[in-house]
Structures are given as C-alpha cells and as structure tokens.
Design a protein around this ligand. Sequence first.
Ligand code: FAD
Length: 363
Amino acid sequence: QITHPQRSIVILGAGVVGLTVAYALSQDDSNKITVVARDMPEHFDSQGWASPWAGANWSPMGDFDERTSKWERITFERLWSMIPTGLVMKLTSRAYFETAVSTEWWKDIVRDFRVLSSDQEKFPEGAKFGFAFTTVSTKPTRYLRWLKGELTQRGVSFILKNVSSIEAVAAIGGDDSIVINCSGLGAKSLLGVEDNSVFPIRGQTIVVDAPHVKECIADLTPGNGKGPSECTYIIPRPDGSVILGGTFQADVWETAVNHHTARAIYERCTALEPALLPSKGTTILSHNVGLRPARKGGPRVEVENVELPLANDLVPVEVEGTRVKKTRICKVIHCYGFGSAGYQNSWGVSEEVKGLLASITIE
Ligand code: FAD
C-alpha cells in the first residue's frame, strides 16, 4: 500500500521505448504512471507504429556515438541477462561490409567477437570485411506483451487514445503532471512538439518459419542484386521464426508491400542461406512493412519546458470537453527518434530518462 503522495507521469507511446521507460520508472512507487497510446501491444497489425515490425536483434549500427553507445551497452547487458527467461535468445552472427567499419566501440559489448578472414572463409561477393560475434534477438510481439503484462501488475494504467497535442497528454495526468514523449514518428505531427527533423525509414521484410536456421547473417555490402537502399539480413528469433530483410528507405511513407522488393529479398536471403529454401522445410508466414522512427541529428532525449495551454487556438478540445485551464509550465521529457535501433537502446535510454526525471524533481 502506498502512503506517500505520488507524482503523476503520463507516457505518450506504448512502443518498445515507452514501455521500457515505464518499466524503469515503475520501480519507484512514488511515480503514478499512465501510458497513453493509439497503438498498444494488442495491435500488432498496425503500421502506425514501428515496434511490432522490428528484427529485433542487437546489432552494431554505424560509427561510434558516445551517447547511444552507452545506452546500447546497458541494453545489451540487460537483454543478455534475460536469456534464461526464453524471451531473449543468444544469437550467433556474421556481418559483412565493403568498407572498413569501426568495431572498437562494440567488439567488447557483444560476446565471442572475432575478425573473419576471406582467405579462410567464403565472403559474399564484394565484401572485404567480415566479423563473427554472439548477440541477442527477441520476438517483438511476445516481448511487448510481456512488458505490458509486467507494467499492469505494477499498477501502471493504460489508455487507448489518439491525441493530437502535448496539451491533451498533460490534461490526462492533471495539474503538475510530467509528460514523457515516446511517440516515435508521432513527434512530427503532435501539436506542441512538431519536430520536422523526424522522418521514416521504410523497412520491408519477410517473416518465415524456419526453426532449423540458427545463425544471423547480414550482408551490408552494396551490389549482389541490391538497390541503393537495400541490404540483406537474416535474423532468427526465439520462437523459430526468422525475419528476412530488407530495405532502409529514408523519407518513404509507403506502407504497401512491394512485390518486386519481396522477391528480391527472398532471392538474396536464400542465396546467402540455402536452408531458407522451401525444399528445406521453410514456409513464408508474412510480408511486412514498418516505418522506423528516425530523426536527423539522432534521438531527442531531453527536458523541455512547455507552456500550457499551448498558444495556439486551433488546438482541439480533447479531454472531457476542456483544454488545460491552469496556466503552467509542463515538464516534458522527450525520448524519440531511435530509427533502426529502438530495441537496442531501450533499457539504456530508460536509465537516462530516470536521471532526467530525478533532475526535474530536485529543481
Ligand atoms: P513506436 O514503436 O513507433 O511507438 C510509438 C508509440 O507512440 C505507439 O504506441 C504509437 O501509437 C504512439 N503514438 C504516436 N503518436 C501518437 C498520438 N498522436 N497519439 C497517441 N499515441 C501516439 N530496432 C532494433 O533495436 N533492432 C532491430 O533489429 C530492429 N529491426 C527493425 C526492422 C524493421 C523492418 C523496422 C521497421 C524497425 C526495426 N527496428 C529495430 C527499429 C525499432 O522497431 C524502432 O526503433 C522502435 O520500435 C521504436 O520504438 P518507439 O517506441 O520509439 O516507437
């Protein structure tokens, strides 16, 4: 039983970022947490959010970035510690590149890292650099359901709602509530945020049933039948499904499956891993498109003081027929723009949000 006053925190977004932030904050019972979202972990067919469509593995993305690499390290350790639960799987992996990539920042995060040699092993055509390592993967649908279940048990409330302004989110939490904005691509059109740096990176994939395929392979070289915004990846997941990809199409909002792209993905993946052929018992489960919520300049994780009510008389009336009446500064912690790596930043960035929340409370 809670006997002390609680502070009201409203988290906008029930993607992997919003749910993990809620999990981290729910460890402190002075937080009364409400999650508001249009898409929840029951809505796995919705293309209005990214989380159901992810790989989802931990894999090194690009060069060293001080901020995100810290979050990725924390997340890797957390996911690794969850292997015994069965929600997360240990994943042996190979990745190939045409040009040199920085491995310094991640080679001691993953396990069993080694540099591959094209003298000793067959590389995909055009690949000059190859690495083997052990990482982790999860199945988004199971994982997100698990997070929501844990949160419900901890007393977190969920409201299924599409909101159009940061003010409407604050109104749900009441006077003095703190808002945490984990709205992914939603941050682009949410009144009071309207972040024009936010853009989608379209990802088309195929999910197959192939429990006999155990190794993750990523051919990140140009060529080998790939278009300019394509790569080839094969990610096995804990339930025996494997996700085959894919595309990285910046600024493309198209959510329909492109059949030509689907065929090309299938051909490239089966060439890389012949065990994916139907003759080896593999069946196609679905063709998917998800929009990764990216942001120019990287994720936005910071506190903003937003004056309410918003100075915009076009803000719709959303909560019980009213707008926020009391003029106040609402503390908003932004946490969005994770692009291709929301899963692998989730636990680390949640720690950062916890720190930001503590700094607000001390002020
Ligand atoms: P989202 O999952 O998009 O959630 C946003 C939430 O905000 C939703 O609940 C939505 O309903 C809510 N929302 C937004 N606007 C409003 C509004 N106005 N009113 C109410 N609710 C609103 N990441 C990895 O780490 N590893 C991978 O292997 C990986 N593979 C990927 C492969 C593909 C094909 C794709 C598409 C993505 C992949 N990603 C991967 C990226 C990952 O899916 C995203 O980075 C992550 O899901 C972002 O999570 P999020 O919580 O920030 O946003």
